[in-house]
Structure formats: structure tokens, C-alpha cells
Design a protein around this ligand. Sequence first.
Ligand code: 3PG
Length: 306
Amino acid sequence: MKVLVATEKPFAAVAVDGIRKEIEDAGYTLELLEKYTDRSQLLAAVADADALIVRSDKIDAEVIAAAKNLKIVVRAGAGYDNIDLEAATARGIVVENTPGQNSNAVAELVFGMAVMAVRNMYNGTSGTELKSKRLGIHAFGQVGRNVARIARGFGMEVSALDPYCPDEVMTEAGVTPIHDIKDLYRLNDVVSLHIPATAETKGSVGYDLITLLPKKGLLINTARKEVIDEAGLKKALADRPDIKYVADIKPDNADELHAEFADRVFFTPKKMGAQTAEANINAGIAAARQTVAYLRDGIDKFRVNK
Ligand code: 3PG
């Protein structure tokens, strides 16, 4: 059986070695398609694949249709908005993710970007500190929980909003639960986004919420660009010259934002929250093990398209 690892943004080499070992020890063949530049390469490579391991690679209905033997797709990471679940389910293909495996890496980047933002993008002017500032975590999943843990070290006051998470989980982590989204934005100096991109959340953070931020507010997005209403963000930055926006992956209107709001915005050129050797090893090897567990034993514990 052939396991295809298709990563437009490759894993660290050490992670690939670990993935290879898991797959080959199980008696399967590994094929690696890294840094591909054209969809046709992916369509050709999936043609005879029994299993597919990907990152943010777009696995849409066309890819699924081209993958005649496909039995399982494992997204080595958390968000699976890049995979057409309906098309996979229609073919009886299992889709899994590897929750929690790269969340510390993303959480650390939140603080890398937070310090940069409050120090005015390191432009030499006097900035502010994170200590004693209020941090609001928008969605208290695996990344949000790691953000809360690190925030304690910075001496921040932490609150979170997550309708899918019981209050006790937050209070046990020393985090104040917030139930009204407006309060999350109104009451926090820094808001960090960790919502997945779903039909419900796409474009859901826009002018009305962003302008609720208190003076010198900072919005950090290491989730998905799609959750932001980009026109609303632009208007908010124009109307509120005190607020800043930093994001792991640039919005579609990045050039305009850079031109108009230099030193108040920062974007990574390629999503790099999970781009650490540790996260690659954790997520990549978990994906390989889950693939083997399914192909060999039919175990689908992390299935997301039940
Ligand atoms: C995730 O959903 O796991 C993160 O956004 C990381 O995505 P990546 O594997 O494309 O870096």
C-alpha cells in the first residue's frame, strides 16, 4: 500500500525521517511530494495512493476524485478546513486530524508576535509590556490553552470565550470565562484568535468587534485569515489609529494594509505557527501512526467526518 505525504510546505527533514520509519516499519511504501508548485503534481501523485498525509494542502473534490484507491486522509495538524469532507465522506474515505500536536508551536508564536507588536515592530520607539495587561483568548481549544499557560509566565490577566468549552476547564486553568463576545473585545488589551474557519466563523471578526478593543488594543490572528472580515479590519485600523493587527499568514488586502498602516500591522509571508521541528515531528509522526492504525487495524479514533 502506498502512503503519500503531500506537503507544499514541507516538514522538517527529521520529521520526514520519523514518518518514513513508521510507514516502512508497517510494511507500506512512502511517497514524498514536497514543495509542489502545480496542482497537476498532486493530482498525479494521489492517483494510486491508499493513504494521504497533508498539512494545509487543499484536498478538494477534484483531488479526491483523482485518488481512486484512497482510504484515509490525515491532516497533520489541527484545522481541516482545507479538506472537502463531503467529497471524502461520499467516497467512504476517513478524514482525521492530529489535535494538539502542534499547538505549543502556534502558542509560542502568539507571544513572539505579541512582543513584537507592543514594541512597535522593533522600530526603536518606546513600546509597552505584556505584564499586567489583559489577554482575551477567542476559543479555548488546544492552542488557546497553551496560550493561557504561557500568558501566566508573562504576568497577564487571562480570560477566554468558547461556547463549546465548559467554564470549569477555563477556571481550572486560571482563566476567567467570558460569555459575551463583545466583552471579550471590550475588556482585553490583547485578543488572540483561535477559532477554526467554519461557515459560522468565516468573516465573523470585523469592524464592530475590532473597534471595541480598548485604547492601544492588539488583535493577534494565528488561526485563519478567513475568520477576519478584511474590509472591516481595514476600516477599523483607519478609524482607530491606536490599534494593531498581527497575523500568521497575510490577508488578501495585505499590501493595502502595509501601505496605509505601516508599523501597526505585521504578517508572516507563509503560515508558520506550526513550522517548528518539534511540531513537525509531533504532528507528522502522529499522522503516520494514525494512518497505519487505520490501514492495518481499522482504528479511526481521530476521525472528523463520522
Ligand atoms: C493547523 O491547523 O494545524 C495549523 O494551522 C498549522 O498548519 P500547517 O500545517 O499548514 O502549518
